[in-house]
Design a protein around this ligand. Sequence first.
Ligand code: PLP
Length: 406
Amino acid sequence: MSNSNFDPSACSGLSRRNFMRIAAATSALASIPVLTEAHMAFAQRPKFAASNRGIHIDANENPLGPSQAARDAIAAMIPKGGRYLMDAQFEINDTFAKIEGLDPNSVCAYAGSSEPLHYTVLAYTSKDKPLVVADPGYEAPMYAAKAVGAPVIKVPLKDPKGAASHDVKAMLAASATPGVIYICNPNNPTGTVTSPADIDYVVQNAPKGTIVLIDEAYIHLSDAPSSLHYVKEGKDVIVLRTFSKLYGMAGIRMGYAIGRPDLIDKLVPLGGQNSLAITALAAAKASLLDADLVPTRKKIIGDIRTENLAWLKSEGWEATPSQTNCFMLDVKRPGGEVLAAMAKKDIYIGRIWPAWPTHVRITVGTKDEMAAFRKAFKEVMSSSTAGLVPEPLHERIRETPFSYLS
Ligand code: PLP
């Protein structure tokens, strides 16, 4: 969006009249809390395990934090913190659009991708329009669907001992009237990639009006090609991007929804776009403009992942062929026992997905963190963990509907 045709009510040109009407109709939905990776990781931590204690490889965070350019940009922005700097809000959409060759009206910045993920499900699913997801997959969209009473159809990943990719044919066959088909590429928690041909199959064969929601939170860490071209082609596709993973800005909060302007317009009244901190905007812009950042970090994280997957294999353990900063590890016993035993050593891993009860998700930490993980894991696995159970959900998050997620 350029400054000259600025419309205060919208990210992509929604009229004020429509905005008021839609806002009134959807205000109840907008008040439903957005469940994020942070909530789910925090919820499983024992009460004593604040994020500053022990080793946290349980939330797919990036321990490298923001790049130097992003840190410098934040510091330079601090003195301007008394201003709203609306220009910066538009610039962040324009910057991304220019880099990716997109229409700026199809790019909408948010404080992370959790919000547009949640809003897309709220806007496009209903009692008659289910959400179709892969299992195991990222749980947040299921929570949003539950909020609008939309059925959730979980489709097992294809070839779970191999590529563990989305079973796109089964996902399409799962419902005649899907509201949203959610493809997380690469997938959280497995880190595995779904092929361009399979993604194309979903996009080309989804019923008219169904949104194919392609979550590219981890795309920069993988060799998978982006699906942004579907937006340029005008398909019923919304792509999500975040700065929380490769860019190391999970706590700074920045992300994007990218889709045809008429699709994005339906998310706008649900909330979100007023909340962008100018420090986050500055850090995001600096990160996007740093051409070395993606390859450098992809290599750092990829090398640590490869080293640890190789070590696990040499010790006889099987893990998913991840291309991201997390993988699922088959511990061949109830995953909760291992999670609890590791927590006793102040190393926090997780989560566990009900569909794969003997697997635990491991986030790729720093070299030192992973060395500590390997030592503790070897000790844990060479002793009995029978009867150990993870601590109850953290009291501050206990209200979230984890029973539903299982
Ligand atoms: N999508 C996926 C698949 C994720 O794993 C996460 C975070 O872990 C998000 C979206 C949301 O990230 P954020 O709200 O920090 O941008």
